[in-house]
Design a protein around this ligand. Structure first.
Ligand code: ARG
Length: 581
């Protein structure tokens, strides 16, 4: 609705410009707000006040002219002027009700399909395989997955890319250790964290072992079959750990989405060659670098992007350049989103710039680093175990489920343990994911079990519970919230109904925003607000106890659309809803 009103206002402004009422050299920033006091209108704009000066008119006079120039719209019932020159809009309730009915009649809740539909590569999760996944990977995995789901729901073709770190010098150390004690290593591989620690210990203690490790790196890079076989075995195990975490989290990544750094090995020399051919390479202390004018150090010295080390080895940046070429040439991406820690912002600015300069990607292909902040402990300090180690993701999820189990049991002592466990799993995992998703991704966030598991506030348990409240209305009358054809039509009368309805009608718009900005917290906020408005409606407008059958039917429709929107919204966030909890 806000978009629509902005469009109507923009059209009125351009009419007034052609008529000579307004100067042609202004491009106003049109703002439409939801009115707090609904007695003067549902939406308001201060446009006439903002433009009064350049127009050389009194705000109220200009407001009158704008209103006269507004194109007619069936969504608007009435427009008026208030106060110093606000333009107030009353939305047409019958029209709003028709919108909601269309949503009810559609599996996709009448969310318009993206036009044009794009091919979008989403690069997310992408852990380094040398170690076990830890909490640092949680944000990329969860936020990236939610955005991928939203893009897909809108009709884009999403290509997930799990750009795992499966190559590099650490692997020499791991292979040497694996080779040295095949029997014990076998058992220790079940715990990659420990395996890594043991190997590192050997590496630090024994110069002889360290030499062997370095030799393995060279052999690996030279394509030695025995080394490659060990390396493959190690990665298979490590990827198996990752997949177990994805499955447990309900993250939509599969083994088919893995395209790690090693996949680009044989293209790295070519990448460097073509940079050379385009005259972009400079040799600096034996290393081959690209210098771009826009990147300078704080002392205003040119800042290089190193693509090949003095010893001949390639770098993280070289691989990303090769990956960009692949994403253009083979995956035919229109847009590529990178869900990676904010600390890599400079890296991405640089490699994007180099790729464009080198012509690896066309101008029209969008490259966006969707950075995010750090996850800290509840105390705001870096997230660590009690003895200062990194927290393993699996342990964290175990604890979330255990805590959820206790909470749910306290609430429903009568439930059987199998059902309790099922609810606890959904609530525990949902809480961990939602806590992360609901904060703006660019800020750091503090991981706090008590907060995320609370049934009050902007949390997963609160929203999951809101859904069960709707479900229970339909259970009481033994109806399915998807089959309402025989009911009387939707009619909006009470303020609480209109409030809820207006919010429901925004769902599609909101999803487009999330897809554009890569910010699932906006969807969380939307759902939280939806649950709040539903509460207001539920308290003020009896559904099953409505005075008239027609009123009951209409309210049932409103409740059903709320339930379905909550379910769909949570589902896009990768959170399961329960019928009761
Ligand atoms: N493996 C990297 C890390 O853990 C993240 C990779 C992100 N994706 C990319 N194309 N660089 O830091």
């Amino acid at each position: 609705m806000k978009n629509l009103l902005s469009q109507l206002l923009a059209s009125a402004i351009s009419t007034l410009q052609t008529e000579g009422v307004l100067p042609t050299d202004i491009s106003p920033n049109i703002q439409v707000e939801t009115a707090r006091d609904k007695s003067h209108g549902d939406f308001a704009s201060n446009l006439a006040m903002a433009l009064a000066k350049p127009a050389g008119m009194k705000p109220r006079d200009l407001a009158e002219k704008i209103i006269a120039a507004l194109p007619p719209s069936e969504a608007v019932a009435q427009v008026s002027i208030a106060g110093p020159g606000f333009i107030n809009f009353f939305q047409d309730r019958a029209w709003l009700a028709r919108q909601l009915q269309q949503a009810l009649d559609d599996e996709r809740l009448n969310v318009p399909a993206a036009d044009p539909a794009l091919r979008v590569v989403v690069d997310y999760s992408s852990p380094n395989l040398a170690k076990e996944m830890h909490v640092g990977h949680l944000r990329s995995t969860i936020i990236g997955d939610a955005v991928a789901r939203v893009l897909e729901f809108l009709g884009h073709t999403v290509i997930r890319q799990n750009h795992v770190g499966d190559w590099g010098t650490q692997f020499g150390m791991l292979l040497a250790y694996l080779e040295e004690n095949p029997a014990t290593a076998e058992a220790e591989l079940g715990d990659l964290e420990n395996f890594y620690r043991q190997a590192k210990k050997r590496f630090d203690e024994s110069p002889e072992f360290a030499d062997r490790a370095r030799e393995r790196v060279v052999q690996l890079q030279a394509g030695d079959e025995e080394c490659l076989a060990l390396w493959r075995r190690f990665n298979d195990i490590s990827l198996g750990h990752c997949q177990a975490v994805y499955d447990r989290l309900g993250v939509s990544l599969t083994p088919a989405d893995v395209r790690g750094e090693s996949a680009y090995n044989d293209q790295l020399a070519e990448v460097v060659d073509s940079l050379q051919q385009r005259g972009l390479l400079t040799e600096s202390e034996g290393a081959r670098c690209v210098f771009l004018d826009e990147f300078r150090t704080s002392e205003d010295k040119p800042l290089p992007v190193i693509v090949q080390k003095a010893g001949g080895g390639y770098l993280y940046a070289t691989t990303d350049l090769a990956a960009m070429r692949y994403r253009h040439q083979v995956l035919k991406a229109d847009r590529v989103l990178y869900f990676v820690d904010q600390r890599q912002a400079l890296h991405f600015q640089q490699v994007f710039a180099v790729a464009r300069k080198a012509g690896f990607v066309p101008e029209a292909m969008q490259l966006e680093h969707m950075g995010f902040g750090t996850m800290n402990g509840a105390d705001g300090k870096p997230f660590k175990t009690r003895d200062g180690g990194t927290v393993k993701l699996i342990d964290l999820l175990d604890e979330a489920e255990q805590r959820a189990y206790q909470l749910v049991q306290e609430k429903n002592p009568e439930l059987e343990s199998a059902e309790l466990r099922q609810i606890a799993r959904a609530v525990g995992i949902g809480a961990v994911k939602y806590a992360d998703l609901s904060k703006h991704r660019s800020s750091d966030y503090n991981f706090n079990f008590d907060q995320m598991l609370s049934f009050e506030g902007n949390t997963a348990p609160y929203l999951m519970y809101a859904y069960t409240r709707v479900a229970s209305v339909f259970r009481r009358i033994d109806r399915d919230m998807h089959q309402l054809d025989d009911l009387a039509p939707l009619v909006l009368e009470q303020e609480a109904e209109i409030d809820l309805a207006a919010h429901l009608a925004q769902f599609g718009n909101l999803l487009q925003y999330v897809a554009r900005e890569g910010t699932p917290h906006a969807l969380c906020h939307y759902l939280y607000e939806l649950a709040g408005r539903f509460s207001g409606f539920y308290e003020n407008c009896p559904i099953l106890a409505a005075e008239q059958p027609a009123q009951r039917d209409s309210r049932l429709r409103l409740a059903a659309l709320t339930g379905r929107t909550l379910q769909q919204g949570l589902n896009l966030l990768g959170i399961t809803t329960l019928e009761r909890m």
